[in-house]
Design a protein around this ligand. Structure first.
Ligand SMILES: Cc1cc2nc3c(=O)[nH]c(=O)nc-3n(C[C@H](O)[C@H](O)[C@H](O)COP(=O)(O)OP(=O)(O)OC[C@H]3O[C@@H](n4cnc5c(N)ncnc54)[C@H](O)[C@@H]3O)c2cc1C
Length: 291
């Protein structure tokens, strides 16, 4: 990934989406050339689920950790949705990041958060994530686009790696970290993984990250809760995740920073990074948000 291309990721998603939207249905259909069977569904939290998939044929399907695939929602579901909510969706597809190492292919995981309707608004919930949370079953088949996206960690630079994820933004880093550990890239790079969510019940894969923190000397896991609940009995970082970053990150630093989460988090985290001397050309991100 060269420095001029890395920050274009969101534009590229937008562009790809526009191209698909502007295309006749028949052509869009051709872009979902891969099929995968659901082999496992696990609830990681009250609103985040991990879907295990197996490609029907892995010919031509490769990804680098950090990339994503567009998942197509079945037409029959979209039709019923349009009737139920009086919406007028045509083709529905959404990008989801790979959440397992590419070495596991033809098996791979996606981690998908349910997009509920915003509080106080009389609008439908998220169509794709509702399909995945309420209708998808083991044995079903999903149609997928070829993997795409520019977010990947530079291996073995010898420089620290700062990862900041908000909510489902942690999904691509599950893939990246698994891959990094498989390749022993953590031997030469300190890795700091800041993971921000609202309260403890939203911290998915917490035990996995704690286990890595304990077993990998150069991996440091710093979760932060923006709204810890009394029952959380939380002794860790509180407030938005940029506060934890500001507290732990010594500057100036030669680190590379990788961010994935809502645009507001990216903006606030970038302010902290700049103050700590981590320049824009060392910052790579995916804006991941339910619109
Ligand atoms: C590069 C990239 C990677 C991503 N990776 C992941 C990932 O790994 N995991 C993940 O969970 N997500 C990921 N996302 C986000 C994902 O693509 C979807 O945006 C998300 O799942 C929501 O899609 P949806 O169809 O369920 O919601 P949508 O139907 O798109 O709705 C989004 C929100 O808008 C609300 N809404 C609906 N109608 C209206 C209206 N009329 N007015 C106002 N609001 C309305 C809905 O209630 C919902 O809250 C990624 C996004 C990008 C760009």
């Amino acid at each position: 990934m060269n420095h001029t291309s890395v920050n274009r990721i969101f534009c590229l998603v937008g562009l790809f989406t526009l191209i698909l939207l502007g295309t006749k249905n028949s052509l869009a259909s051709g872009l979902f050339e891969f099929k995968a069977e659901v082999v496992k569904i696990e609830d990681l939290t009250h609103n985040v689920r991990r879907v295990g998939l197996r490609l029907k044929s892995s010919k031509g399907f490769t990804f680098t950790p950090g990339q994503y695939t567009f998942v197509r929602i079945p037409k029959s579901f979209v039709k019923k949705w349009n009737q139920q909510y009086k919406t007028s969706h045509g083709e529905v597809f959404r990008p989801y990041s790979f959440a397992s190492s590419s070495s596991h292919l033809p098996l791979f995981d996606l981690i998908i958060k349910l997009a509920r309707a915003p509080r106080g608004k009389d609008v439908p919930p998220g169509i794709a994530s509702t399909f995945i949370h309420s209708h998808l079953k083991v044995g079903n088949q999903l149609e997928l686009s070829a993997p795409t996206g520019d977010l990947y960690l530079k291996p073995d630079t010898g420089e620290p790696i700062i990862i900041v994820a908000g909510g489902s933004g942690a999904a691509p880093f599950v893939s990246l970290l698994q891959y990094f550990f498989e390749k022993d890239f953590d031997k030469n790079n300190e890795i700091y993984f800041f993971f921000g969510v609202r309260s403890k019940r939203d911290l998915f894969l917490h035990d996995q990250f704690v286990a890595w923190d304990q077993s990998k000397p150069k991996f440091h896991y710093i979760p932060g809760l923006s709204r810890p609940q009394p029952q959380d009995n939380w002794k860790g970082e509180t407030g938005y995740i940029q506060l934890a970053l500001d507290k732990h990150l010594k500057g100036p630093s030669g680190a590379h920073a990788y961010l994935a989460g809502p645009p507001i988090m990216i903006r606030e985290v970038e302010k902290v990074l700049r103050r700590k001397g981590i320049t824009k050309d060392r910052t790579y991100y995916d804006e991941i948000e339910a619109r």
